[in-house]
Write a protein that binds this ligand. Structure first.
Ligand code: PHE
Length: 346
């Protein structure tokens, strides 16, 4: 071993020019690989005299370090630029990583559609508490105490030991009352929300479900306005050919009251098993706000009149997508929910 040997390799290291990471790897093998030049010098070093070892030990170690450092420098210089310029490391035509996205629940999708339709008509959205008191769910809506009409909706009570029991709201009409108590007239709101009824769970009923309540109070509001608002809604929701019909009904808080049916969007009125051969599907209850209800919230029924309507979101969603069992909306079975992925709008 001579100084010349070491210097020759050192100048080789200094002059190293590599364009690709492959060139760098080849240089590494040539210098430091098993049969590399530096490795060979180290092997030779093992065989030389002690006195010579003292001379060559340090320069040899420096040589190895110089090679390592130079190769690192080259790697850095080539690294990023290579991928971008030659395209060798990154194939831009490869599909990207797949991040599975969740999707909105069908009940939220329909709720949003209902809200969007009424927003277009100039309605605002109002919300209220799910844990309510008797006054807002029943009394101010013209349900007299102990009146059998309260049995129309089986109630979950939270506490009953006082004059104004606390309960889970059975309908979103409670938000109607809260809005009339606080908002200035005229009022035009829709109130989407969750409601609770102590009912046995079946294909057609659940103890938790969602409603949208609508309320319009102004001077000279008539039943004709109600009918028109509902017709426009039904056409937006179920298609431009949709017809509606109203059947007389009863709710303590509206007078007169009606049940609204839309023409069956499956058989177009001919009769099928979804509409049970009638050609019609029930979608909501409605009516003119009872003067007692206006009075209970401090609105003068001589001057103002109004209409209200209320519908179940799950029911609308079932009709829209022809789902025959309400329970699908609550069980979170991904096979069911995935079918609505493409229905999500921004
Ligand atoms: N609150 C009624 C229900 O839950 C629906 C309704 C609302 C009816 C407004 C008439 C007017 O069944």
């Amino acid at each position: 071993m001579t100084n010349k040997d070491i210097e020759r390799v050192l100048s080789e290291i200094r002059e190293l020019a590599c364009k690709t990471s492959r060139d760098i790897e080849e240089a590494r093998i040539r210098l430091l690989g098993k049969k590399g030049e530096i490795t060979a010098l180290f092997e030779e070093f093992r065989t030389i005299d002690k006195s010579e070892k003292a001379v060559f030990g340090k320069p040899l170690n420096e040589l190895k370090q110089a090679a390592i450092t130079r190769l690192e420098e080259l790697k850095e210089a080539v690294g990023g630029g290579e991928a971008a310029s030659t395209g060798a490391a990154a194939d831009l035509s490869m599909p990207g990583d797949d991040f599975p996205l969740g999707s909105r629940h069908p009940v939220s999708i329909v709720r949003q559609q209902i809200v969007d339709i009424f927003r277009k008509f100039g309605y605002d959205v109002a919300e209220g508490p799910e844990i309510e008191d008797d006054r807002h769910v029943f009394e101010a809506l013209n349900f007299p105490p102990n009146h059998p009409a309260r049995d129309m909706q089986d109630t979950f009570f939270v506490s009953t030991g006082h004059l104004n029991p606390i309960l889970l709201r059975t309908h979103t009409s409670s938000v109607q009352v809260r809005t009339m108590e606080s908002a200035s007239l005229p009022i035009r709101v829709i109130c989407p929300g969750r409601v609770f009824r102590n009912e046995a769970i079946s294909a057609r009923a659940h103890c938790i479900f969602h409603q949208v309540e609508g309320l319009y109070v102004d001077e000279n509001v008539t039943f004709a306005d109600l009918k028109q608002a509902i017709l426009l809604f039904a056409r937006e929701m179920f298609g431009p050919d949709t017809k509606i019909r109203m059947r007389p009904s009863y709710f303590p808080f509206t007078e007169p009251s009606a049940e609204v049916d839309v023409s069956c969007n499956i058989c177009h009125g001919k009769g099928c098993n979804v509409c049970k051969g009638t050609g019609w599907l029930e979608i909501m209850g409605c009516g003119m706000v009872d003067p007692n209800v206006l009075k209970a919230s401090g609105i003068d029924p001589q001057k103002y009149s109004g209409f209200a309507f209320g519908m179940g979101i799950e029911r609308i969603a079932m009709l829209k997508w022809r789902v025959n069992d309400l329970r699908h909306y609550f069980e979170n079975d991904l096979r069911f929910l995935k079918q609505f992925e493409s229905c999500v709008e921004a």
